[in-house]
Ligand binder design. Sequence first.
Ligand code: PSU
Ligand code: MN
Length: 306
Amino acid sequence: MTGEAIVELSEEVAAAKAAGRGIVALESTIITHGLPWPQNLEVAEAVEATVRQRGAVPATIAVIAGRVHAGLSHDEIVALAQADDCLKLSRADLAYAVAKQRNGSTTVAATMIVARLAGISVFATGGIGGVHKGASESFDISADLEELARTEVTVVAAGAKAILDLPKTLEYLETKGVPVVGWGTDEFPAFWSRASGLPVPLRLDTADEFADFVAARRRLGTTGGIFVANPIPPEFEISREAIEAVIAEAVADAQAAGIKGKQVTPYLLSRMFDLTEGRSLVANRALILNNAALAADLAKAIAARG
Ligand code: PSU
Ligand code: MN
């Protein structure tokens, strides 16, 4: 069975593919495990609207009753936003949800796998998973990083949250040969903050430069994903100083509560929303929309080259 046969494309996505238009994949774990109800639904809808306004087509990816979808109906998005029986699917569990006919939302890693199968090369999200603080003890390193190393999809994210060990996350990506591209910046963005104090290895400023970079990689055969790190718009930024104390508290709470495995990231995210009394949610929404707009531009630039 080919990839396209296992992935069910929505009519809109199928038509966009046939017409050679730009398509932007969107993940669904952010809807089920990343944002609280009802803001998760509002953001999921706003992200799709942003991609359309920018002249590309959104393809939100999820597993519904074991069927792998690229492009969801409005009702399917609403159901996902309210679901409490949804598995969080990464590379390890994607096939399990299919075989057991379960509902599942896809993380960055699983979304990349499905996007690749569906022939979609650009994907927008908020932040990627990475190397957790204390990873030398816990061994907690997101499968997102390994997926970036192996799967040919560009992921646009606002860097990674400083709930992670950002220097180790960057080292890991370098070891695995993943290009980390600062979008119009020389500094690696840290999700809520534009600054991390860490240099970003590569920098691009225009969609045309990006298309040149993708073409050069193809000719060289340097396979795998690309990580485009797009800083949060300045007007929504929360300063590093302001967020650091909150992060320390969330991480300490997770340790005290004995949170492990795939619960770690959702726990930290929800703790951060509580501790910042929703301020981080406003920033989160803004950066996701900003990433969706950039991803639409990049998808169009790639589509224009054929
Ligand atoms: N980081 C965020 N928001 C998110 C996630 C990460 O700022 O919603 C989600 C994404 O779906 C990401 C996943 O792929 O968490 C990583 O989980 P883990 O660390 O368990 O691999
Ligand atoms: Mn983990």
